[in-house]
Design a protein around this ligand. Structure first.
Ligand SMILES: [Zn+2]
Length: 295
């Protein structure tokens, strides 16, 4: 499932191909993509729009038009975008939409499981729509450890589940949550509100580092994710814990274990990431000194 690094990699590649282009023709063949609006209606509204820029917030790709309107694309599980020069678009049974640009090139949307969404928003609605669904950008300069700490405070949910909540911080999914917690040496089941200030700082740093590495490798292609030229990301061979059951931890050599947290497969190192009950023997909120002495 595409997360921040994957969507950002798509954005980086698509932006120079789309910006300044006018949309000539749009065909949307899957009513699920645009509901509750009819696909023909959205297609007609998109035609003649001039693309100002291709933006991103969390896992949303935001195509902003000169009119002030914006198309919010969410790839969900298996969505991907392919850019093809004029007349080169290959056949694809999983294609759900095609946008023809004024240079003759096509942007095709493919989605095997059909959970992806296209939402065309009026200028006055764009910011409110996004802000209601997505928290701070983790790679932005304004995102500080204390912002993360404030979002986690008083939450009993496991830290892994809290990170998957898009309002905690934008763009983190199952892969990069596990990678961030491994980097931070924090167990995925630790209650979010029980993290010490040091652990919050470590998670903040872990999130940033995991996402930056993901972006540098242009994302993880585990199944369906592709870049807009059809190529794969390269992050999947460099993951530290995600999907590595039984393989040695790259830090300590201990076999990586898999558990379920909030219904999601979760990978961690049982030695680097101490379980919450071992970290706090008697007290429910471990003191920093005890945690350090037990490490
Ligand atoms: Zn380890």
């Amino acid at each position: 499932m595409p997360e921040l690094p994957e969507v950002e990699s798509v954005r980086t590649r698509l932006a120079p191909l789309l910006e300044g282009r006018r949309i000539e023709q749009v065909e949307i063949t899957d009513p699920r993509l645009t509901r509750p609006l009819r696909p023909q209606e959205v297609a007609r509204e998109l035609e003649r729009e001039l693309i100002d820029c291709v933006d991103r917030r969390g896992k949303y790709l935001i195509v902003r038009f000169e009119s002030g309107r914006a198309l919010l694309v969410h790839l969900r599980m298996t969505g991907s975008l392919l850019h093809a020069p004029a007349g080169t678009l290959p056949d694809d049974p999983h294609r759900r939409a095609v946008v023809r640009l004024d240079d003759g090139s096509d942007v095709a949307y493919r989605d095997v499981r059909r959970f992806g969404t296209w939402s065309l928003l009026e200028p006055a609605d764009v910011a409110a729509y996004v802000d209601a669904r997505v928290g701070q950008e983790p790679l932005g300069g304004a995102f500080r450890p204390r912002d993360l700490g404030a979002r986690l405070a008083k939450r009993r949910a496991p830290i892994k589940a809290a990170l998957l909540d898009q309002r905690t911080v934008a763009g983190i999914g199952n892969i990069y949550a596990d990678e961030a917690l491994w980097r931070a040496r924090v167990h995925p089941l630790q209650p979010a509100g029980a993290l010490t200030a040091d652990e919050v700082r470590a998670v903040h740093r872990g999130i940033r580092r995991a996402l930056e590495v993901g972006i540098a490798r242009q994302g993880s292609t585990l199944t369906d994710y592709r870049l807009p030229d059809g190529s794969f990301g390269r992050m999947q061979t460099e993951l530290n814990v995600y999907g590595r059951t039984g393989e040695p931890c790259r830090r300590c050599g201990t076999p990586i274990e898999k558990i379920r947290v909030g219904g999601r497969g979760t990978w961690y190192c049982p030695r680097c990431q101490r379980p919450p009950q071992a970290a706090s023997s008697s007290s429910s909120r471990p003191s920093r000194s005890r945690r350090q002495s037990s490490a």
